[in-house]
Design a protein around this ligand. Structure first.
Ligand code: RAM
Length: 338
């Protein structure tokens, strides 16, 4: 019966409710077979809005899936746990989380799984005990190294550099910073010391103030790496507002739509990111496989729909693809997309 309904939905191109079909199909078409909650770090971040759009795209492609895109106002573990609890109470079928804290979310992840809800993380991981799989956008060493390489290229491998991160508890930024430090050990960076790491908590105002604080505390600062779309855009704004273009450069992970002006103004030479729409899409495709009972043990393959397959690695770690670099030559073109 389910298969039949899916077929009808797909043939109808989403307009199943309007079909002159038997009542049972019309009625059932209103309620999704499966409900998936995508719970991100916080609301008001266009990176996650783009991920949610991708999730909805995947749901439409699969058929019979409803996406509930939700988060707390502030990116804290405490608020996020309350949001997850609310979705457990709603008895959703699956939860996809970008975690504000890897360990603090384990108990609530376990609670959901004990009640039969499938839990996975994407973007920022929950520790393995609290979820089934985690989908990383790309390999952590690659994302870390890439950001050091970009600032080194801008500065000619010379000058003081600082990191402006998100919150100190966030899994993804912390692992990227570790990977940056590994890259930094190479001899070519000996004249490009890391002088500070500060946290803007993925809040624009705090990130902006932290950037101003860095410049004040380190008069010889030449570069900043911000591995967060909120940090990089706020830091770039502080460079422009402070008349620091040409003196301090920022790089990191940003959205072309939010970084375009700063690249054209010269506050940022280059930055990188993956496609967040594809990221939400791929995560939802993986969740669909999990909901359908696919094997998630090490070595198993999970579908990312039109993005291909990913192989489950150690501790349920999966990888989507590679980051892409943006600069003056392509930022305007991609700004129209994400
Ligand atoms: C911010 C968030 C997110 C991260 C991106 C790069 O939007 O911190 O988790 O992946 O930046």
């Amino acid at each position: 019966m389910r298969t039949n309904r899916r077929t009808i939905l797909q043939l109808a191109g989403g307009a199943a409710v309007a079909l002159a079909a038997p009542a049972i199909i019309t009625t059932r078409a209103r309620a999704a077979d499966k409900r998936i909650a995508m719970i991100v770090k916080n609301l008001g971040n266009s990176y996650f809005d783009a991920c949610a759009n991708g999730a909805k795209e995947a749901a439409a492609e699969i058929g019979g899936i409803e996406i509930i895109y939700t988060a707390s106002a502030k990116p804290t573990a405490e608020e996020q746990i309350a949001v997850i609890d609310a979705q457990i109470a709603q008895k959703v079928d699956g939860i996809i989380v970008s975690a504000n804290d890897a360990d603090a979310l384990v108990p609530v992840g376990k609670k959901a799984m004990e009640r039969g809800i499938k839990v996975m993380s994407f973007d920022s991981a929950i520790a393995p005990a609290g979820r089934i799989v985690h989908l990383s956008a790309s390999s952590t060493p690659l994302i870390g190294a890439k950001q050091v390489q970009m600032i080194a290229k801008t500065l000619g491998n010379k000058g003081e550099v600082a990191i402006l991160s998100a919150a100190s508890t966030m899994t993804n930024q912390n692992s990227w910073i570790e990977a940056m430090k590994e890259e930094w050990k190479k001899p070519e960076y000996k004249d490009m010391p890391l002088v500070a790491t500060v946290y803007g908590d993925d809040q624009d105002d705090k990130s902006y103030r932290e950037m101003q604080g860095l410049v004040k505390a380190h008069p010889n600062l030449k570069g900043v790496i911000s591995p967060t779309t909120i940090g990089i855009r706020s830091g770039a704004k502080a460079i422009v507002d402070g008349g620091l273009v040409g003196k301090v450069y920022i790089t990191g992970l940003g959205l072309p739509s939010e970084m375009k002006d700063y690249v054209l103004k010269g506050a940022c030479d280059s930055f990188a990111i993956w496609n967040p729409v594809e990221y939400g899409y791929s995560s939802t495709m993986i969740m669909n496989d999990i909901l359908n009972g696919k094997d998630t043990s090490e070595g198993a393959k999970l579908s990312m729909g039109k993005k291909g397959e990913t192989t489950v690695g150690k501790d349920g770690e999966c990888i989507m693809g590679e980051p892409f670099e943006f600069n003056k030559s392509n930022v305007e073109e991609f700004a129209k997309i994400f």
